[in-house]
Write a protein that binds this ligand. Structure first.
Ligand SMILES: Nc1ncnc2c1ncn2[C@@H]1O[C@H](COP(=O)(O)OP(=O)(O)OP(=O)(O)O)[C@@H](O)[C@H]1O
Ligand SMILES: [Mg+2]
Length: 396
């Protein structure tokens, strides 16, 4: 769905190069250091030029890139002089912890190009989401107070479009999309995660308007009741609640930051979290008949595939499947059809790239058999019993 985002990868490479540059500088190994300093310079420039980077941040990164170039040149002149005892160079500037946290959360920024039309069905859900953020944006008449809602919690079975909906919302608002999985924040930055949450909100303010997407938000409270909650986890939850409350209490000229949480297990959420999202809880169900028709339209018609039998039959037979699973079903059926319609494709593959590039793929309508095989290969992950549990929970 979302366009591939490179910024997190660039940042990781940069951090690795910086680490190595630092090691070699410390040991006075300037020839090696030059190599890594130049890498730092280039990677930081690339990082600055990532699409969606604001002007201020871009300028900061370019300035930082220059620092590495300067150091590389200094180290290079040491190498050229070839002194046996080179004069030590100034050490690499230590980045403050806040700076590093900010760089880490900037790595979560994801470019998205999902539009509402890419999401099949879910009309009521889309409307609920739009109303929710619209109320957070509009001006109320003088003297009228409407509590702005800048928090949404999407819950429902896996693969039903929660991430897509959050991305579409962000796209619609032309906002910076921070895509964070709570379990990642907790495991990769153990003990630091609560600082990261603060950095996330601070950085979202710099890049506002922003959408902070917190996937698997239930991880914030999963250990509760188990009696094994550690101080760090408690601190993370409290920091998160504090950030939410802080936003809510600010005046209307505060930076626009929407928080969108997502979970498959709403009943595991901490009461403190639930109360913060009350009024913004949105159920994203398995697709109903109409939604399945729309989703099939997206993955069949819009991609130029036809089926050799009635669409309505397929709509019926995909009952109980999620959107993700339906996409898989179509994908499998298409592969099977392609194999059947192009029996000598493998032989072509054997005659090299050039032959393949000239080969014109043959396609035909998907047969009942193609679909039957695909349906048998993909089993729905969500049982009828689970659906009842979501519905019961929705009613409260
Ligand atoms: N309503 C839909 N219309 C079109 N495609 C859909 C729809 N629902 C799901 N999909 C497809 O399934 C994929 C998964 O959707 P998404 O990641 O939004 O699900 P999710 O609800 O976030 O799942 P999870 O709970 O597992 O994170 C999408 O990338 C898309 O390809
Ligand atoms: Mg998701």
């Amino acid at each position: 769905m979302a366009a591939v985002d490179l910024s997190a990868g660039i940042l990781r490479k940069f951090q690795l190069s910086e680490h190595r540059a630092r090691l070699h500088l410390d040991r006075g190994e300037y020839a090696e250091a030059v190599k890594y300093l130049r890498q730092c310079h280039q990677l930081m420039q690339q990082y600055a030029d990532q699409p969606g980077t604001g002007d201020t941040v871009r300028r900061m990164r370019l300035e930082r890139a220059e620092e590495y170039l300067t150091l590389a040149l200094q180290a290079e002149s040491q190498v050229q002089r070839g002194e046996s005892q080179p004069t030590p160079l100034a050490a690499l500037p230590e980045r403050s912890a806040e700076n590093n946290h900010q760089a880490t959360v900037e790595g979560l920024i994801t470019r998205v190009n999902v539009r509402w039309a890419d999401i099949g069905g879910l009309l009521a859900t889309k409307e609920a989401i739009q109303l929710n953020y619209a109320l957070g944006l509009v001006q109320a008449p003088p003297g009228v107070a409407i509590q702005p809602s800048r928090r949404t919690l999407l819950y429902g079975p896996p693969g039903t479009g929660k991430t897509m909906l959050a991305a579409a919302m962000s796209n619609e608002l032309d906002a910076t999309f921070f895509n964070a999985r709570i379990p990642d924040l907790m495991s990769q930055y153990f003990g630091e995660s609560s600082k990261l949450i603060s950095a996330l909100y601070a950085t979202a303010a710099i890049h506002a308007p922003s959408v902070i997407f917190l996937d698997e938000i239930d991880a914030l409270s999963r250990q509760r009741g188990g009696g094994q909650e550690s101080g760090a986890e408690r601190r993370l939850l409290n920091t998160f609640l504090g950030e939410l409350d802080g936003l809510q209490n600010k005046r209307e000229d505060a930076p626009f930051i929407l928080t969108v949480g997502a979970t498959n297990v709403p009943w595991e959420l901490d009461r403190a979290i639930l109360s913060r999202f009350s009024g913004g809880m949105i159920y994203v169900p398995l697709p109903d008949v109409e939604a399945r028709r729309a989703i099939l339209g997206i993955y069949l018609d819009k991609r130029g595939h036809r089926i050799a039998f009635g669409l309505e039959e397929l709509v019926r037979r995909t009952q109980g499947y999620s959107g993700r699973e339906m996409e898989q079903i179509v994908g499998l059926a298409v592969r099977r059809m392609v194999g059947r319609a192009n029996p000598n494709l493998l032989q072509q593959a054997g005659s090299g790239q050039e032959a393949l590039r000239r080969y014109q793929l043959k396609v035909e309508p998907l047969s009942a058999d193609d679909i039957a095989h695909a349906l048998a290969a993909v089993r729905p992950a969500t049982s009828a019993e689970m659906v009842r549990r979501y519905e019961a929970w929705e009613k409260g």
